[in-house]
Design a protein around this ligand. Structure first.
Ligand code: GBH
Length: 426
């Protein structure tokens, strides 16, 4: 889970505003007019929710830390009440035999930093290192697994290129520096974790989607290469010392403008694992009208595959294919840090028969195992997600949980998919 999606308690105990507080409380930004002010009230209900996770026989629990609970204005001043919350929550995980997996950045940049340029301003790197420092020093005695970032492609692309996510900015002049600074933060953040916690298990999580050209015409094959470079290679290859995939996506050349001396070295880090998050695959075609990338992807509804409630395709094969593709990189271990689906759930006599979600999870997990059995080094699988929560742009419309959340009454119902997980892990 991610802090902003579940915690609520947005103005409690010294927490400062993030870009998502600001964005979701503006008019017409969130599809159902909602915001994350309350969300699942996990801030108050974490004990019951963690006990619930444990009752499903889960053994690992992934959550993110809200930067502005720890540092309300994004800089060095630490808020002790923020530390207290995560200390209590982590202890609660351990009491329930859940191993904590901490994501340090799941999209909730302090608003104070955005006012200074956010991800476009290189200052964000130092601010982030201070935040990582505070978290590792406070929680590192009990937390072994650290995920530096969640999907840099999503928060830079949707937040700074097309303006669909917070902070709602667009254009290449915003996007490219945001990408470079996010890359620097992944590596520099990881280095700081290693310095403070030499034995930590350190990773970072990226989104990935297998890309197929719409035909084998060379124009289409080239288009698919550009889409693949953007969606799959941009956020891993620099870490591995391969640089940005400029040859297959020439527009990225302009990112070098934001390089300082030694950045080629600074963006590398030898991660213990890379987190992969996969939901769907893409079919790409050439389109010279689309700026920069000159390609587009076929809308899911035209592909004759079944769709989830938020219009994504269900295509388990894509999971297998993308894992085989990533197997080519010299990565020590992959962990699937997210996979799951939104469907329209209905409560009937106190039950939620979410057969479609159950099928989705079983079939994707089957493809993960197929890849693993063929030698891809996969060390774990996390379902997205424990309970329905604030689904960013979609507000409360999209339900991804294996546990149903009644947002009015703040009650929970274990869905059939959750019951299956419980029995499967018994
Ligand atoms: C995740 O994003 C998030 O980490 C999580 O917080 C969220 O709740 C969950 O998924 C469900 O949405 O294809 O051009 O739109 C995962 C899905 C995959 C969405 C990559 C954005 C890239 C941009 N993301 N995708 S695009």
């Amino acid at each position: 889970m991610a802090a902003y999606q579940v915690e609520g308690a947005h103005d409690v105990d010294g927490r400062g505003p993030s870009i998502w507080d600001h964005f979701s409380n503006r008019k017409n930004r969130i599809e159902d007019g909602s915001n994350g002010n309350r969300a699942c009230e996990f801030y108050y209900r974490y004990e019951e929710d963690i006990a619930l996770a444990s009752s499903l026989n889960l053994s690992h629990f992934r959550f993110s830390i809200s930067w502005t609970r720890i540092m309300p204005d994004g800089t060095e001043t630490v808020n002790p009440l923020g530390l207290d919350f995560y200390n209590r929550m982590i202890d609660c995980c351990l009491r329930n035999n859940l191993e904590p997996w901490v994501t340090l950045y799941h999209w909730d940049l302090p608003l104070a930093l955005e006012k200074e340029g956010g991800w476009c301003n290189r200052k964000v790197v130092n601010a982030f290192i201070h935040f990582v420092d505070a978290c590792t020093k406070s929680f590192g005695d009990r937390v072994k697994n650290w995920i530096v970032m969640n999907e840099p492609f999503t928060f830079t692309g949707l937040g700074y290129l097309v303006g669909y996510f917070a902070p709602g900015r667009f254009g290449l002049h915003n996007y490219l520096p945001a990408v470079h600074h996010a890359t620097l933060c992944q590596a520099e953040g990881a280095r700081r974790i290693r310095r403070n916690l030499p034995y930590a298990n350190i990773g970072t999580s990226i989104s990935c989607s297998h890309v197929t050209p719409s035909s084998n015409h060379p124009l289409q094959v080239q288009a698919a290469k550009r889409v693949d470079a953007l969606f799959n290679r941009l956020h891993i290859e620099p870490l591995l010392g391969m640089g940005y995939p400029i040859r297959d996506l020439p527009i990225l050349e302009r990112i070098e403008k934001y390089f300082h001396p030694y950045d080629e070295e600074l963006i590398k880090f030898d991660f213990d694992f890379i987190g992969l998050q996969n939901y769907y695959s893409l079919v790409a075609y050439h389109n010279s009208l689309i700026p920069y990338i000159k390609a587009f992807v076929v809308p899911f509804k035209k592909l004759n595959r079944s769709l989830t409630a938020n219009g994504w395709e269900v295509y388990p094969d894509g999971m297998y294919k993308i894992l085989k593709q990533f197997a080519r990189y010299p990565v020590k271990e992959y962990i699937i840090t997210e996979n799951g689906a939104a469907f329209h759930d209905r409560v009937q006599d106190g039950h939620v028969h979410d057969t479609k979600r159950l099928n989705y999870i079983q079939s994707y997990l089957g493809e993960v195992l197929r890849a693993k059995n063929e030698g891809v080094n996969i060390g774990g699988y996390f379902i997205w997600t424990l309970m329905d929560n604030f689904e960013w742009k979609a507000g409360f419309k999209s339900r991804f949980g294996i546990v149903y959340t009644d947002f009015e009454k703040q009650t929970r119902i274990i869905k059939d998919s959750g019951l299956w997980v419980r029995d499967f892990l018994k």
